[in-house]
Every structure is written in structure tokens, then in C-alpha cells.
Design a protein around this ligand. Structure first.
Ligand code: DAH
Length: 335
């Protein structure tokens, strides 16, 4: 009997994998195993023999189970050690860190132009996006019955307020607050009630500029506009100056640039004309000065309104304005 147990113990010790051990367990400790064999003829034994056989079987069972558990846990420890080795993580490696974002192309150009104008002695002003009808229209010589109002349909709010259609109301706020002499620019978001297409958005960006001093001339205006365009495009751009009507300037001009997307051949951005309106400008209308408390017999000046959104499209050859507010990271990651 002891031989049977010894050979069973030897088999348990000899199992070299967890699977092998399981096979041995079924054979040795299972229903057909040695212990069952040893208890088979119990019925034929005398009570004394039965008692000693029972004792032997219990002892053997404990020994076999102990050996089995010992072997099993050594396999488990080995498996765990192997896993820990394979799945080892080096906690001393520096973390990858936050993924850096980038500034929207409109912000980038806006900041560049702000820097340029600061070096020319201009103050950068901010104005409200929700404006009064007075600042957006009347103070700029666009009374309620003037047809120029139709060109800038907007979103009307309660109490005579509206979403500003241009940055020009900041001229008025600048004149009211700072008075002459004045050199200011005002970048910002503006709104129009437009149907959206490749070149129109209901929300876009402009940059307003104004200089008020004594004896300001069209020559001064052209000088500043040329300085601006050279700084922005860092290359020669073809420009043309046309007469343009804006109630708040007299004379007024449209400064167009040759389309940088198609080179002048015609594309959706330039509406197939080869030219893009970029910089309307002019000498400030005396009515506008007077309305804001500035004496037009002593002071005069120029003003301009730069289409910032359009400028970004020209600079980066973006052929659809809708990209700019899409929030699409595939687009934004390029800047
Ligand atoms: N505010 C005008 C617009 O949005 C643009 C403009 C034209 C601004 C002439 C000016 C200017 O300052 O002198 O259409």
C-alpha cells in the first residue's frame, strides 16, 4: 500500500506543467484513484483492520493533497513571475506630457498685425460684440433710412441692440473715449445675416484702424496700407485702388489685391474676378468726427477695415471660408 502512495507522490512531484499536474490529480485523487482503490475492499476487513486502514487512507490523503497543493502553488508562482516579467512597467520613464495645441490662424495673424501697429504707435482697442444701433450705424453716418444699412443685414436683439456688423463702431468708441490725436486698431468678431457659402459666413473677423491727427492725407493712408500689406504677405502683392462708398469716409476707397489663391485666373474665393476686396479705407467723414465730439476744422484722419478672415484665406490659400469655424482638427493642426 505504501508503495502505491509513494509512486503517486512521485508522480505529483514529477509533473512539470500545471496541465500535467491536473492529469495526475484526476488519476491519483479522483474517483478512480489510489485512495478509492484502497477503500474498495474495506467491507471485507475486520473492524480493527478497517480502523487502521481508515487511518492509513486519511494520512495518505493528507499527504497526497498536501503534495498536490504545494506543487500547484509553485506552478502559480512561476506563472505570476513570468507575467510580471513580461508586463513590467518602467515607472521612471517621463510621462509624454500634454499635447501642445496651437493658435487659430486668425488669432496668429491678428497678433502679428497688432504687434506691427504697436510699433507704429497705435493702441489696440476692444469693443463689444453686442452693439447699440447708434454705434454700429448712426454715429458712422448711416441713419435709419439710409440705403447703406441694407448692405449690412444683421441679427437684431431687444432694446435697440444688435450683433455688430463691422468693427467700425470701435472707431466711435475710441474717439469718444480717447479723443484726438488718435491712433488705434480694433480687431474683432463681426456678424452678418448672410447665406453661408465658400466666401460668406455669418460670423467672421475684421480689423479696424483709425488715425486722427492734423493734416492727415491720402498719401499717409496709402503709406500705412502699404506697410501693412508688405508686413503681412512678406512678398509683393498686386493691389489696385478703386473709389468705394462708405458713409463714414470721404473720399472712400476699395483696396483690392490680386487673388493669391488662383493668381488672378478666377476661383470661388475671388468670385471669378481675379481680385479680392481686402482693405476698404478712406479719409474720415467730417460728420463722423463731429458726432463724436471732434472738431473737423482742426482734426482729420483716415480709417480702414481689414477683412481678417479673408486675409487668412489669402495667406494660406484656403478656398472655403467654412473651414475656419469648422473646428475640424485635421484643418487646425496645419497651423
Ligand atoms: N466697416 C466696413 C465694412 O465692414 C469696412 C470699412 C470701410 C471700414 C471703410 C473702414 C473704412 O474703416 O474706412 O464693410
Amino acid at each position: 500500500m505504501q508503495d502505491l502512495i509513494d509512486s503517486a507522490l512521485a508522480r505529483i512531484e514529477a509533473a512539470s506543467t500545471a496541465e500535467e499536474l491536473e492529469t495526475v490529480r484526476v488519476e491519483v485523487l479522483g474517483r478512480k484513484g489510489v485512495l478509492t482503490q484502497l477503500s474498495k475492499d474495506m467491507g471485507k476487513l475486520s473492524p480493527d483492520e478497517r480502523a487502521s486502514r481508515g487511518k492509513f487512507i486519511n494520512g495518505a490523503k493528507q499527504a497526497l493533497e498536501g503534495a498536490y497543493e504545494g506543487r500547484k502553488s509553485s506552478f502559480e508562482r512561476a506563472a505570476l513571475a513570468k507575467r510580471l516579467d513580461a508586463e513590467w512597467v518602467d515607472l521612471t520613464v517621463p510621462a509624454p506630457g500634454p499635447r501642445p495645441g496651437s493658435l487659430h490662424p486668425v488669432t496668429q495673424i491678428q497678433w502679428e498685425i497688432e504687434d506691427l501697429f504697436r510699433t507704429l504707435g497705435f493702441t489696440v482697442l476692444d469693443g463689444p460684440e453686442v452693439e447699440t444701433e447708434y454705434h454700429n450705424f448712426d454715429a458712422l453716418n448711416i441713419p435709419a433710412d439710409h440705403p447703406a444699412r441694407d448692405m449690412q443685414d444683421t441679427f437684431w436683439l431687444e432694446g435697440g441692440h444688435l450683433l455688430r456688423t463691422h468693427t467700425s463702431p470701435v472707431q466711435v468708441r475710441g474717439m469718444e473715449k480717447l479723443g484726438p490725436p488718435l491712433r488705434m486698431i480694433a480687431p474683432g468678431r463681426v456678424f452678418r445675416n448672410e447665406s453661408v457659402d465658400a466666401s460668406h459666413e455669418h460670423t467672421f473677423y475684421q480689423l479696424e484702424g483709425m488715425m486722427i491727427d492734423r493734416n492727415v492725407s491720402v498719401g499717409n493712408l496709402i503709406y500705412f496700407m502699404k506697410t501693412l500689406l508688405t508686413a503681412i504677405f512678406k512678398r509683393d502683392v498686386t493691389v489696385r485702388l478703386r473709389p468705394g462708398f462708405f458713409p463714414f469716409v470721404e473720399p472712400g476707397f476699395e483696396l483690392d489685391i490680386r487673388c493669391l489663391i488662383c493668381g488672378g485666373d478666377g476661383c470661388p474665393v475671388c468670385k471669378h474676378s481675379g481680385w479680392v476686396e481686402l482693405l476698404p479705407c478712406g479719409l474720415v467723414n467730417p460728420h463722423v468726427l463731429r458726432k463724436s465730439g471732434i472738431d473737423p476744422t482742426e482734426w482729420n484722419g483716415f480709417a480702414f477695415g481689414l477683412g481678417l478672415t479673408r486675409l487668412v484665406m489669402m495667406r494660406y490659400a484656403i478656398d472655403d471660408i467654412r473651414w475656419l469655424q469648422s473646428g475640424d482638427l485635421r484643418f487646425l493642426r496645419q497651423f
